[in-house]
Design a protein around this ligand. Structure first.
Ligand code: FDA
Length: 397
């Protein structure tokens, strides 16, 4: 049996957070290896943002993250900011553009970001071992010992960067949770986040035929609300506003939906009854919402579209309004980890340093990225968390 390979740090998980940790540690002269069980590194970066990677959000701050400890993310986000990551993108000459609200995307391909990270790792002497599932991980007096096919590795520092449970088809596992548990850490219960809702029974029947209809909506659970795109699908509801609110949803909770948050629909209908009394209700309504939705609402309210609006009582107008403002429903479920962009919950931050990301229970053990109980909103916040937490750990190991 060959002698163990020795490194200052082993980083398990070649995603955004693991690569950033390794690059920063390697820059400081540490010997590092990033190991991953997948065939290719950073698969989630590759598919992110529709292939163009929404690599950060310029306003990323504590308020955009969900965690049992809301202050935990503050320090790292302040020490390695979205502007710091953008500086690297610019220095590398990667073309990028802004989308709504300071979301930054690559112009060409998410591969530009992956290539930048891999080149940085290599140029600072870091190693990357793919198709290397870990076995026999144990704590030693000097640090850690673990095995991968063909090698035993010894290291002082071990970094868990294996992400969350979303998209198991792409290699997501609960590896980080299992190791953290072994060393005494709690796991904040996990659930799928940034995920479409599914509907069943009558609710699904109601939206039948609306698949593909999109509009701007405000969705709300308690005090949390998002005003953004909304999409009917053949299985339920999706679009940015729904994905955002899904991260706050627990089964059985009602979601309030306003399909025209910018106007008071009831007042608008009454005003049209005064100003254009001879217009058919179908024509008036299709100016307010897309035609297919307008037809569906009239059908559900048992109204003939050719009725003149002047002939509709307040009660009838209210029946229309009920479908639009506000519309409350309890989703049957979500599409789950199969399609979720993130995992809400994860390794409890209680015994992790927010400065160094080292475990207080097991010196030398670090956790970064999505494996932690820190979940960002849709819009580049999750990659920023990966960069910031990875950068901070990389300064410490
Ligand atoms: P990440 O999941 O990226 O990496 C973990 C790595 O660990 C993987 O390479 C995996 O193979 C490896 N691994 C897992 N288990 C292992 C094991 N047992 N042994 C060895 N290796 C193991 N965010 C954003 O900010 N902007 C965006 O545009 C998008 N878009 C987007 C689209 C889609 C479809 C998804 C699913 C997600 C996004 N996200 C996003 C979220 C973002 O991708 C996510 O939050 C980060 O990739 C998390 O980075 P990590 O490095 O923590 O984990």
């Amino acid at each position: 049996m060959a002698a163990p390979r020795k490194f200052d740090a082993v980083i398990i998980g070649a995603g955004a957070a693991g690569l950033m940790t390794a690059i920063e540690a390697a820059k400081r002269g540490r010997t590092v290896v990033v190991i991953d069980h997948a065939k290719a590194p950073a698969e989630k970066i590759r598919i992110s943002g529709g292939g163009r990677c929404n690599f950060t959000h310029l306003d990323a701050a504590q308020k955009n993250y969900i965690s049992a400890n809301p202050n935990f993310c503050k320090s790292a986000l302040k020490r390695f900011t979205p502007w710091d990551f953008l500086d690297r993108v610019i220095a590398r000459g990667i073309p990028y553009h802004h989308k709504a609200e300071n979301q930054l995307f690559c112009d060409n391909s998410a591969m530009d970001i992956i290539d930048m990270l891999l080149d940085d790792l290599k140029s600072h002497g870091g190693e990357l071992w793919l198709q290397s599932p870990v076995s026999d991980l144990e704590k030693t007096p000097e640090g850690f010992r673990l095995s991968v096919p063909g090698a035993v590795i010894e290291c002082q520092n071990l970094v868990l960067a294996t992400g969350g449970l979303s998209i198991p088809k792409m290699g997501a596992t609960g590896f980080a949770y299992d190791v953290a548990r072994r060393f005494g850490h709690d796991i904040v219960p996990t659930r799928a986040g940034l995920v479409p809702f599914t509907l069943g029974g009558e609710k699904l029947q109601y939206i039948e035929g609306l698949s593909g209809v999109s509009l701007n909506a405000r969705v709300r659970i308690g005090k949390k609300s998002f005003n953004d795109g909304f999409l009917f699908t053949h299985r339920g509801l999706s679009g940015p506003s729904i994905l955002q609110i899904s991260s706050y949803w627990t089964p059985g909770q009602a979601v309030e939906i306003d399909l025209r948050p910018d106007i008071n629909v009831m007042e608008t209908l009454k005003e049209r009854r005064r100003s254009t009394p001879r217009q058919h209700i179908a024509n008036v309504l299709s100016e307010i919402v897309p035609k297919r939705l307008s037809d569906r609402i009239l059908e559900a309210a048992i109204l003939d579209g050719e009725t003149r609006i002047a002939d509709l009582s307040d009660k009838k107008l209210m029946a229309i309004n009920t479908w639009l403002q506000p519309w409350s429903l309890i989703p049957d479920g979500s599409e789950g980890y199969r399609t979720a962009e993130v995992t809400v919950g994860g390794i409890d931050t209680q015994h992790i340093s927010s400065q160094t990301f080292e475990s207080a229970l097991c010196p030398g053990l670090y956790v970064v990225g999505e494996a932690l109980d820190v979940t960002g909103w849709l819009g580049g916040y999750n990659f920023q968390w990966a960069w910031s937490s990875g950068w901070a750990a990389g300064q410490a190991i």
